[in-house]
Write a protein that binds this ligand. Structure first.
Ligand code: BT5
Length: 259
């Protein structure tokens, strides 16, 4: 597979014709190994055992979806700011998708589902290496599945929005170039995103901020409120009915109730 344009942005780029999970592969390979520098990339168009957040499954058809994982070893900030990395990836994927579509609303649902006209086209899974110094950011993007080849009714693909005849390299380079630009900004900010233009950019593409939401936490509990912003670690801030109470959510699922 020719990935000449994408190669420019990766310190190391490995294309795998078939793999269970690009995240699992990169996590395993890069542990205790200097062979995988910052911004190493693993990519496939045939991921057979893709993983979602909270042990869910990410489904992909052979040759019809992109799976890409990027190893990030931030030099200027530590794990306390790692929450920004998956948000950065969501923004990069949102911009990549938006650059391919003319007439569609492309947004990010917190933390990092990319939605086209409200339907999910991409999901992102961030996993920290056991030593806490690096993160693998995996992104799945639906390319050419038809509606009945997608796992849920509210999923969509680039093909379903009229994008045809594309090369994997063309799609991948849009994502990697965007992620590199945003990651470099994060490095310059040393993870201090509060008061930055990057934070404004993240807020501007979010369909969650400003919405009434239902939040389901990993422990099974849930509550409702209004999503009002991001805290200094990238957690979602929810204003509760009680005007003095604001909750910060680090991990969980969001359902949009109404704008
Ligand atoms: C995600 O999880 O959306 C993160 C998906 C990350 C996949 C990438 S691919 C490269 C890397 N390697 C991996 O093994 N994983 C990463 P979550 O927010 O938990 O959403 C999962 C849910 O999305 C599932 O329970 C389904 O409802 C739905 N889903 C599964 N496959 C989908 C698809 N192809 N398109 C849209 N929705 C899907």
């Amino acid at each position: 597979m020719e990935l000449t344009a994408s190669q420019e942005f990766a310190s190391r780029l490995e294309y795998l014709p078939e793999i269970g999970s690009t995240n699992t592969y990169l996590l395993t390979q890069s542990q205790n190994s200097a062979d995988w520098p910052d911004f190493s990339v693993v990519v496939t168009d045939n991921q057979t055992a893709g993983r979602g957040r909270l042990d869910r499954v990410w489904e992909a058809r052979a040759g019809k979806a992109l799976a890409v994982s990027v190893l990030l070893r931030p030099s200027s900030f530590d794990i306390s700011s790692f929450g920004w990395l998956p948000l950065a990836a969501g923004l990069a994927m949102r911009n990549a998708v938006a650059s391919l579509l003319d007439d569609a609303e492309v947004s990010v649902k917190w933390p990092n589902d990319v939605l086209v006209n409200g339907e999910k086209i991409s999901g992102i899974l961030a996993e920290v290496l056991p030593d806490g110094t690096a993160v693998v950011i995996g992104a799945g993007l639906n390319l050419s599945q038809s509606k009945d080849e997608l796992p849920i009714p509210t999923a969509t693909s680039l093909l379903l929005h009229g994008v045809t005849g594309f090369q994997l390299d063309d799609i991948l380079v849009r994502y990697l170039a965007g992620l590199k630009r945003i990651y470099d900004e994060l490095l310059d900010l040393a993870g201090e995103v509060e008061n930055s233009e990057l934070k404004q950019e993240l807020l501007s593409v979010s369909s969650t901020i400003g919405s009434e939401v239902s939040v389901s936490l990993p422990d099974g509990s849930s509550f409702e409120g209004k999503a009002i912003g991001l805290d200094p670690q990238g957690r979602l801030l929810i204003a509760m009915d009680n005007p003095t109470e604001i909750r910060a959510v680090a991990a969980g699922d969001i359902q949009h109730l109404r704008q």
